[in-house]
Write a protein that binds this ligand. Structure first.
Ligand SMILES: Cc1cc2nc3c(=O)[nH]c(=O)nc-3n(C[C@H](O)[C@H](O)[C@H](O)COP(=O)(O)OP(=O)(O)OC[C@H]3O[C@@H](n4cnc5c(N)ncnc54)[C@H](O)[C@@H]3O)c2cc1C
Length: 456
């Protein structure tokens, strides 16, 4: 067999793994085991020059390029059949300038690295809720998490980046330099180039007051109606995502609740002293359990990592939600009670507060008027349950569609979107994104993503 990747090892300093090599299966594995892709090769780039060389190598041989940071993408967009995976995991350095309140983060770092390194200096950047997600994919799509109401989306805290473009050139971008590129990478995904370094503004933080409050599944309608009215009025420093879940069969959860399906709100307040708003929230209804307690942010940011290890089956659907009418509450109650496996879940992450005070055309993230980014995920370790988790997620999401903005957060999608779907995900910003794509990547070299086609 002729190696498509012959010569690649000489072109990049980092390790190269080809089809047929021992270690190939491990190297090609993605977080979502429902996706099974067989790239021609994987190049573990060591620096910006390696990234440029790998792009050039793939273009000369007409190999499709996928970029992998944390490998978490639901649709498996960190890999590509028969193409070249440019893996950034070896580029994971983080430097924090405590005085300037800035963090410089290489493109292959994970959230837990960023949260840990900044917390040591009493600082943070708002990111997602699981530590093993890549800073790269999460940031380029937007970045939603526990601190979104307080500190905005991850992209709202991005101040500069280093990008390797399709022609191999390495550019610095911020509000003044390559401003269109800087606008587009804040939500437009990996469409415009490979980001090898992100510079984030950091915020002072200490331990947070955080944890879940669980309620009986039969109380769903009451809890969700109260939550939808209560949440938008909360001060920014308090956030809570509504969830359906099965109580994990392990401490710190009381044994009598193990494996019980519940609804609940997972609260986070920046600052240890309980605010009147959080106190009022915790006093609502008849909780089965209240686990809210002071916790160091790095521990909270990795609290679900053990529950969701890599290599399980995942099926995703995501929608933006502005209002939750009673008809939607009823549908939630029906599908929540029907969680198909114990790891399957539904989360509604608030995106109001600080994130909603940024204009819809200030960054590529168009849906600043949404109050929640909702995600429905069927999850199970056993491939035999793949059909059941997929059907539940699809049916649930389809049933709710009339009560959503008709589209969702780009990072919460399982399927590689068709043109219409991607257009909808960017709404009123799509036209400008397509023009910027035409300027920076006219041949659509970066196409393994929720793809924005270059404008004609
Ligand atoms: C368990 C779990 C929890 C999650 N929780 C959250 C959450 O709380 N909040 C949230 O907002 N999202 C969350 N997500 C979704 C997550 O944001 C997306 O899956 C995202 O794509 C992951 O980024 P990654 O770098 O790990 O993925 P990858 O699969 O490595 O990459 C995803 C996409 O981004 C592109 N990309 C990645 N890095 C770069 C780069 N440096 N330059 C150019 N393109 C790049 C890739 O080409 C690919 O298209 C979660 C996902 C999982 C699996």
């Amino acid at each position: 067999m002729v190696s498509v990747a012959e010569g690649l090892a000489g072109a990049v300093k980092g390790r190269v793994v080809e089809r047929g090599d021992s270690g190939y299966d491990e190297a090609r594995a993605l977080y979502n085991a429902m996706i099974d892709k067989r790239p021609a090769a994987i190049a573990y780039c060591a620096d910006d020059q390696d990234v440029a060389a790998a792009i050039g190598f793939a273009r000369e041989r007409a190999l499709r390029i996928a970029v992998r940071s944390g490998g978490h993408n639901g649709a498996g967009l960190g890999s590509v059949d028969d193409g070249l995976v440019i893996d950034l995991s070896a580029m994971n350095e983080i430097s924090v300038d405590a005085e300037a309140k800035m963090a410089r983060v290489q493109g292959g770092a994970l959230l837990k690295d960023l949260v840990g390194a900044t917390y040591e200096q009493g600082l943070t950047v708002p990111v997602g809720i699981i530590g093993t997600t890549g800073v790269g994919g999460l940031t380029l799509g937007g970045g939603v998490g526990h601190l979104t109401r307080a500190l905005g989306l991850t992209i709202d805290n991005l101040v500069a980046a280093t990008v390797v473009l399709a022609d191999g050139s390495i550019v610095q971008t911020d509000a003044e330099r390559e401003p269109d590129l800087f606008w587009a990478i804040r939500g437009g995904g990996g469409n415009f180039g490979i980001v090898t370094s992100f510079s984030f503004r950091c915020h002072p933080i200490g331990p947070v007051l955080a944890g879940p409050v669980f309620y009986d599944m039969d109380d769903t309608a009451d809890v969700l109606r109260w939550y939808r009215d209560f949440l938008p009025g909360l001060p920014d420093e308090v956030s809570g995502f509504f969830a359906f879940l099965t109580v994990p069969p392990a401490p710190p959860f009381p044994e009598e609740l193990h494996m019980r399906k519940v609804c609940g709100v997972v609260w986070t307040q920046s600052g240890e002293e309980e605010s009147p708003a959080l106190r009022e929230a915790r006093a609502f209804g008849r909780p089965l359990m209240d686990g809210v307690a002071p916790v160091p942010l790095p521990a909270w940011n990795t609290a679900f990592d053990g529950l969701y290890p890599p290599g399980e089956q995942w099926y995703w659907r995501g929608e933006f939600v502005k209002e939750i009418p009673d008809a939607a509450v009823e549908k939630h109650a029906t599908y929540g009670a029907a969680l198909p496996t114990w790891k399957s879940t539904m989360h509604m992450y608030p995106t109001d507060g600080a994130a909603a005070r940024v204009a819809s055309d200030d960054t590529a993230w168009a849906y600043r008027d949404a109050v929640w980014a909702q995600v429905i995920v069927g999850v199970d370790p056993d491939p035999a349950n793949a059909g059941a988790i997929r059907d539940w997620a699809r049916n649930y999401s389809d049933a709710l569609k009339p009560h959503t903005l008709g589209t969702g957060y780009v990072n919460f999608q399982q399927e590689e979107g068709t043109d219409d779907k991607v257009r909808a995900m960017y709404g009123s910003n799509y036209g400008r994104l397509a023009k910027i794509k035409a300027a920076y990547d006219p041949e659509n070299v970066f196409s393994v993503n929720q793809n924005i086609k270059p404008a004609a």
